[in-house]
Ligand binder design. Structure first.
Ligand code: ADP
Length: 507
């Protein structure tokens, strides 16, 4: 238990979890941006540039032999900021497209020839690049012996520094060189399209991006934490409310959480409300079970006590018949204990009665005879009037429970004459049993409520100390209704009450 509590305490709150998740997510997103945008910026730029240069070379090569070749070269030179040569197989320049008219040559015929040979050896295309570290501002020249960077794989030194612009000491200028061999379709001569293009140094851009990144990272992480706070508040509040309500579920202090919220939260609240109803029902049933049990046990116990006392106090009463009643009642008691359990099942609708054809008046008569024997020593008299032999479908044990309850009530609340009249008759398509007493009666406005559990009219008159739990009539009502019958009462204050129950006759 303590471990459980510790585990609960150690768990993260939604707010903490959200803040962590948001922050990690933002950091990962920023990290990816950093890697791809800044780390790979050089490579990406170079890749794109290479692709453009290759496309340019191919398109220009395709235009060789047509009148449009000049236009193509001019177009691509402008577009890709590159210098374009078309040469023959000796490196002799046939077309030259410089970026600006007065620009000087970057590659001399010898270098172009070397380039041609390299492309030829390489299967028709050749790509190289030349890095030029610049420590002092240099002037670009076109002298043959002033070769620039050394291309890889022993390719000829074919590049010189292309610009007069002073370059910072730390910068490295890289030039892409691409050669593409083709044939002039008009003459059938071999031709080479050579393109040189400067790669703009991205170091400065990277530095700028890094500064931007640091600022953006700070702002974004701050923003992520803020959003996490807000989202946590919005999400966590209804959960906290539901949790608070759920904690009070088992106690009577339960208050439903306020309605609304997200669909899941609303569903959770509905589930909680249903659980609460079910829990209350279960509690109620449990309480009723205990009450019913104790109430129903009292009746046969009273009988057993009464008969036993009679046998003990009155020598003549020590008869086999009286002892038989005690045994019967003890057996009844056992059955009742089981039956009360069944009753609660009946009330919850989970069990059916075991109905058998029953001669109703005989069943009433046998209960009356027993009760009469027990009560006549106290001066009570029970008159039994029977009209006809109505047959009903009834559960024997439940039926006697009903008769006992109504008869003992009538005896308890009857007037000073201590008389009760029990009538069993047929009325229309029903069999009716009524218990008439001569007591105080029940006020009309209370007649409805006496069937409710624990309701008592004469609260100040403990006529039936041992039995007045206020459950008898509600049990009677439930049982009669389970038999498909109904029960009722007619009462005149000062004259007495007549309780009755009716059961449908069998065909
Ligand atoms: P209890 O165990 O208290 O008798 P019941 O459910 O049998 O409980 O009865 C409910 C209440 O109805 C009683 O407390 C009593 O006030 C009233 N009542 C029952 N039967 C009679 C009757 N025959 N005459 C007058 N009042 C009655």
């Amino acid at each position: 238990m303590r471990n459980k509590q510790k585990a609960t305490r150690r768990r993260w709150s939604i707010r903490t979890a959200l803040i962590v998740v948001f922050t990690v997510f933002t950091a990962v997103a920023l990290g990816c941006m950093l890697i791809f945008q800044i780390g790979f910026l050089d490579d990406l730029y170079e890749m794109i540039k290479k692709h453009s240069v290759r496309t340019a070379a191919e398109e220009i090569a395709a235009a060789i032999g047509t009148e449009d070749v000049d236009e193509y070269a001019a177009y691509w030179s402008m577009k890709e900021q590159c210098v374009i040569y078309i040469t023959d197989s000796k490196g002799q320049v046939l077309l030259r497209q410089l970026l600006v008219d007065d620009e000087k040559e970057q590659v001399d015929p010898a270098q172009l020839q070397q380039l041609y040979q390299a492309a030829e050896e390489n299967g028709g295309t050749y790509y190289t690049q030349s890095d030029t570290a610049v420590t002092v501002p240099q002037k670009r020249g076109n002298d043959k012996d002033k070769g620039g960077g050394v291309p890889p794989d022993g390719a000829p030194p074919i590049l010189e520094k292309p610009s007069d612009t002073p370059t910072p000491q730390s910068e490295i200028n890289t030039t892409l060189i691409y050669a593409y061999l083709t044939t002039d379709p008009a003459t059938g001569d071999a031709r080479m399209v050579a393109i040189t293009s400067m790669l703009t140094p991205v170091n400065a851009t990277v530095r700028t991006l890094l500064v931007q990144f640091v600022i953006a990272a700070g702002v974004l992480i701050g923003f992520a934490v803020l959003i996490a706070f807000i989202v946590a508040r919005v999400i966590a509040r209804p959960i906290v409310e539901v949790n608070r309500a759920a904690k009070t579920l088992v106690s009577d202090a339960y208050t439903a959480p306020p309605a609304g919220g997200y669909r899941e939260i609303a569903e959770l609240k509905e589930t909680l409300a249903k659980t609460e109803v079910e829990l209350r029902k279960a509690e109620q049933l449990q309480r009723e079970l205990v009450s019913n049990l104790s109430h129903d046990l009292r009746t046969p116990l009273t009988m057993i006590t009464g008969y036993s006392e009679a046998i003990r106090d009155l020598p003549g009463e020590n008869s086999a018949e009286n002892i038989g009643v005690i045994i019967d009642e003890a057996q009844r008691l056992t059955r009742l204990v089981n039956d009360v359990l069944d009753l609660s099942k009946l009330q919850s609708g989970t069990q059916t009665l075991s109905l058998v054809p029953t001669a109703l008046c005989d069943a009433v008569d046998s209960v009356v005879a027993r009760v009469r024997r027990m009560t006549e020593k106290d001066g009570y008299s029970i008159d039994m009037e029977t009209y006809g032999t109505p047959q009903v479908m009834a559960d024997e044990v439940r039926l006697s429970q009903v008769i006992y309850n109504l008869l003992l009530n009538a005896l308890a609340y009857t007037g000073e004459d201590r008389r009760v009249t029990v009538t069993c008759e047929t009325t229309g398509d029903c069999a009716r049993v009524s218990f008439a007493d001569s007591g105080k009666g029940i006020p009309a406005d209370e007649l409805e409520r006496i069937w409710q559990r624990y309701y008592r009219v004469h609260k100040d008159e403990p006529l039936r100390d041992s039995m007045n739990s206020g459950l008898g009539l509600s049990i009677v009502k439930a049982l009669v209704e389970c038999h498909g019958g109904r029960c009722g009462v007619e009462s005149t204050v000062g004259q007495g009450s007549t309780f009755f129950f009716e059961l449908p006759l069998t065909e």
